[in-house]
Design a protein around this ligand. Structure first.
Ligand code: P1T
Length: 381
């Protein structure tokens, strides 16, 4: 089945009790049993909920995986994955990653004895010197947040697999429409569903998808034992959002390309980070592992002055200054003070994230209006 058909149909059956074509919002915390243990497969809503079950089936199908588990946020999904590790285990992570992921790794899990190494994985040669007998997981985002670097998933898998190291791909920036890491050999995919999958900036949610049944059982156990589950109303909203994921992603990619080329040719712009340029470092890998180049990009201004960056950040009107990404509306952000403020400045600088970097989540408005909005803001510089 092709992606658009899966987005509309996978995991979703007419409701057995009424025939409702849309999965109902099962707003219930518990389910009645005829006698102890004699129930219809549902006992308590932390453990199972039919709206969530439909969503999890849909998410698994979109990532070509067998098993998906939904969580109350992207960070709760990250939390569950790292809780599958034990003290003494080590993780090698990309050094360009969401600030919240860096924060949970270093501030929550390092004190429990899990060790994290941060390195630029867009050069996979950086991996081998860090691998040792304790290495249990490699963590990557591709494209990365916020420098939109591309990491070669198959190259990482080729190094990890023979050593029994699990490869996790945070696929949030690509979405399942653009990239399916399990098909490239990764063991685990996670998403901040909050972004492209939900698509309308009205839900916070996350998921873990895998083909590894033993790992799935561990994640399912953590989901129930810890309880960071999404509510049924949010699951409904995401099921609704998924039905247009392919349509939205095509529009994000088309607008992303127009904005990237506009900025690249603008006299006040110094550098645009977007993998669609033929001379971008990750271009060939992106062409191979992604369907298109996405709607996320970052840029810096000539002269590299904070005052100038602020004029652009405050000067747009269609691009709203806000954290998050992947919704239908365009957003502009300042990673150093917003989404990546939890990474110390010296670590940010080591990974190439400057204080003047501006990040865009290009929405699905009419491209002409978006270009005009950016042109006006750049005129203020
Ligand atoms: O916000 P939440 O749903 O908990 O997801 C966390 C998360 C995980 N992984 C990536 C790659 C992310 O970008 C995020 C959240 N990111 C933002 C809020 C942001 O503006 O970058």
């Amino acid at each position: 089945m092709k992606f658009g058909t899966k987005a509309i149909h996978a995991g979703v059956e007419p409701d057995p009790s009424t025939g409702a074509i849309m999965t109902p919002i099962y707003q219930t915390s518990t389910y009645v049993q005829a006698s102890p243990g004699d129930h219809k497969g549902y006992e308590y809503a932390r453990t199972q909920n039919p709206t969530r079950t439909a969503l999890e089936s849909s998410l698994a199908a979109l990532e070509n995986g067998q098993f998906a588990t939904a969580f109350g946020s992207g960070m709760a999904a990250v939390d569950a994955i790292i809780k599958s590790l034990r003290p003494g285990d080590e993780v090698i992570s990309t050094n360009d990653l969401y600030g919240g992921s860096y924060r949970i790794f270093t501030k929550v899990f390092e004190p429990y004895g899990i060790k994290f190494h941060f390195v630029d994985l867009s050069n996979t040669e950086n991996l081998s010197s860090l691998i040792n007998d304790n290495t249990k997981m490699i963590w990557l985002e591709t494209p990365t947040n916020p420098l939109i670097r591309i990491i070669d998933v198959e190259a990482v898998v080729n190094i990890a697999k023979p050593r029994g190291i699990k490869v996790v791909v945070d696929n949030t920036f690509a979405s399942p429409y653009l990239q399916n890491p399990l098909d490239l050999g990764a063991d685990i995919v996670m998403h901040s569903i909050t972004k492209y999958i939900a698509g309308h900036s009205d839900v916070v949610m996350g998921c873990v998808v895998t083909n590894d049944e033993a790992f799935h059982q561990q994640i399912r156990f953590i989901q129930n034992a810890v309880g960071a589950v999404p509510g049924p109303q949010d699951c409904f909203l995401v099921l609704r959002g998924i039905k247009t994921l392919h349509l939205r992603m095509r529009a994000h990619c088309e607008n992303g390309a127009k904005v990237a080329h506009f900025l690249k040719s603008h006299p006040k712009v110094s550098h645009v980070y977007w993998p669609g340029f033929e001379d971008a470092p990750g271009h060939e890998v992106a062409k191979r592992q992604m369907r298109d180049f996405g709607g996320m990009l970052s840029f810096t201004l000539k002269g590299d002055q904070m005052d100038d960056a602020l004029k652009v950040l405050e000067g747009t009107s269609l691009f709203s200054l806000a954290e998050s990404l992947g919704g239908v509306e365009s957003l502009i952000g300042h990673p150093a003070s917003m989404t990546h403020a939890s990474i110390p400045k010296e670590e940010r600088e080591k990974s190439g994230l400057s204080d003047t970097l501006i990040r865009l989540s290009v929405g699905v408005e009419d491209a002409e209006d978006l270009l005009e909005d950016l042109a006006k803001a750049l005129d203020k510089v």
